[in-house]
Design a protein around this ligand. Structure first.
Ligand code: FAD
Length: 367
C-alpha cells in the first residue's frame, strides 16, 4: 500500500536519527536517545535509533546504553560520508516502510539539511530547533506552569492529547512557541545540541539493545553528489558545549578588546581547563570566531561555572547560559539584566575586577 502520511493511526514508535562523523557517534545522539526514552515511556512505545554509515555496526550498541530498545543500522559504502541525496533516500525509505510516529534529529549542520528534505518528501511537518519536547499533556502543563507566565490554572487542556508538543523560541527569543503536527505523521523535530540532558550510560541496557541490519538499496540515480575529499579547517574549534568552565566576554571589553580577551583566557586557565565564550556583539564585531558564541543563535551551554564579563544579559544571551550550575557576572551597570540570573554579581569595571578574580582563584587553589 502506498505511504500515506495522513493515515496517522498506522504510525508508531519514536525514532532518533543517530549521526556519525568519520565513524564516531556525536554527542547529540546520546542527548536525543535520552530524551527519546522519556517520550517513548510517555507514549508507551518503542525507542528506535537509525544509524547510517559504513562499517558502523560496532558503535551502534553504545546507543542502547542511553535507552534505545533497537538500533536500525543502514550500512553501505555510499553512506560513509554524509550526502543529502543518499541519506534522504535511505531515511525516507525506512520511514515509509516502518512508519515511526515521531522522528528526532539533532539540529546540527547535517540534521538541519536532512530534516527538512525528508519532511518535504514524506509530506509531513517539521519543527526546527526545538528546546523542549513533551507527549504527556500533564507533563506539558507542569512545564507551562513552571516555565511560562500563563495562568495555567484558569486554562483547560485536552488531557488525552498524544501529539508531540514541540517547543522552541520564537520572535527573536521573546516568546516560546509550542507547535504540534496533528494531521500528518511522522512528527519531525530538529533539536538544539546541548539542550537535552544525557542520561547515565548503562552497560546492561547496551547489552540488551537489539541491532537490526537493514538492506540498503541505492542506485546511481539516487546519488547526484559524491564526496571527493574532506578538507578540515586547521584551527581548533572551541568545545563550549562540553566545557565545565566558561568565561564569556561581551561588548564591555570594547575599550581594550585584546586585553579583555587575554584576561578572560587567564581567568579560564586559572580555573583549569576553562574555555572562552562570547556574546553575539563580540562575534559580530569579529573579536572572536563564531564557534565561541553563546546564546539563542549560538551554543546552549550548561557548565559548572559560567562567568559573564561585560555582558548585559539580553534574553537571547540568557537563553544559551541560564541553566549553568553557577553564574558569576561582572558588569559596571548594577541594573544590567545579567544580574537577574547570576548567583554572584560584581558591579565594577571588568578590567579592574578580573585581575583580582584571577589572583583569588589561584590563591584559593593553592590553599
Ligand atoms: C534573533 C536574535 C538572536 C540573537 N542571538 C544572540 C545570541 O545567540 N547570543 C547573544 O549573546 N546575543 C544574541 N542576540 C543579540 C542580543 O540581543 C544582544 O544584542 C547581545 O547579547 C548584546 O551583547 P553584549 O551583552 O555583549 O553587549 P551590550 O548589550 O552592549 O552590553 C555590554 C555590557 O557591558 C557592560 N560594560 C561596558 N563596559 C564595561 C566594563 N569596562 N566593565 C564591566 N562591564 C562593562 C555594559 O554595562 C553592558 O551591560 C540576538 C539577537 C536577536 C535579535
Amino acid at each position: 500500500m502506498a505511504f500515506n502520511s495522513a493515515d496517522i493511526n498506522s504510525f508508531q514508535d519514536i525514532w532518533v536519527f543517530c549521526e556519525q562523523r568519520e565513524g564516531k557517534l556525536v554527542n547529540t545522539d546520546f542527548e536525543l536517545i535520552s530524551e527519546g526514552r522519556k517520550l517513548a515511556d510517555e507514549r508507551g512505545s518503542k525507542l528506535v535509533g537509525i544509524l547510517l554509515g559504513h562499517k558502523v555496526g560496532e558503535i551502534a550498541k553504545e546507543l542502547g546504553g542511553y535507552g534505545a530498545d533497537k538500533i536500525i543500522v543502514c550500512d553501505h559504502p555510499d553512506l560513509k560520508f554524509y550526502t543529502t541525496d543518499a541519506y534522504a533516500r535511505v531515511l525516507c525509505d525506512a520511514v515509509m516502510e516502518e512508519k515511526p510516529e515521531v522522528i528526532l534529529i539533532g539540529a546540527t549542520n547535517i540534521g538541519r539539511d536532512l530534516g527538512p528534505r525528508c519532511a518535504a518528501r514524506l509530506h509531513t511537518g517539521l519543527t526546527a530547533d526545538c528546546t523542549h519536547l513533551d507527549i504527556d499533556m500533564k507533563k506539558y502543563v507542569d512545564f507551562l506552569s513552571t516555565s511560562s507566565t500563563l495562568d495555567v490554572a484558569s486554562m483547560s487542556f485536552p488531557m488525552a492529547d498524544t501529539n508531540l508538543k514541540m517547543t522552541r523560541p520564537a520572535f527573536g527569543g521573546h516568546l516560546m512557541a509550542t507547535i504540534i503536527c496533528p494531521r500528518f505523521r511522522p512528527c519531525m523535530s530538529t533539536v538544539r545540541p546541548g539542550v537535552m540532558k544525557k542520561s547515565e550510560f548503562s552497560q546492561a541496557k547496551a547489552d540488551a539493545c537489539e541491532i537490526e541490519l537493514r538492506q540498503v538499496a541505492l542506485s546511481k540515480e539516487d546519488l547526484k553528489t559524491k564526496v571527493v575529499d574532506i578538507v578540515k579547517e586547521a584551527k581548533k574549534i572551541v568545545d563550549l558545549i562540553g566545557a565545565e568552565i566558561i568565561v564569556s566576554v561581551g561588548r564591555g571589553i570594547s575599550k581594550d578588546v585584546e586585553g579583555g580577551i587575554a584576561l578572560a583566557e587567564k581567568l579560564a586557565d586559572a580555573f583549569g581547563n576553562g574555555v572562552v565564550g562570547g556574546s553575539r556583539a563580540v562575534i559580530d564585531s569579529g573579536w572572536l570566531p563564531a564557534d565561541h558564541q553563546v546564546g539563542q543563535t549560538g551554543k546552549t551551554v550548561h557548565p559548572k561555572v559560567y562567568v559573564a564579563l561585560g555582558i548585559s544579559g539580553a534574553i537571547q544571551h540568557k537563553a544559551g547560559m541560564q541553566d549553568s550550575e553557577l553564574i558569576i557576572a561582572v558588569n559596571k551597570d548594577e541594573t544590567a539584566p545579567i544580574f537577574d540570573c547570576a548567583d554572584y554579581g560584581i558591579t565594577g569595571d571588568l578590567f579592574q575586577i578580573v585581575p583580582m578574580m584571577i589572583e583569588a582563584v589561584i590563591e584559593g587553589k593553592n590553599a
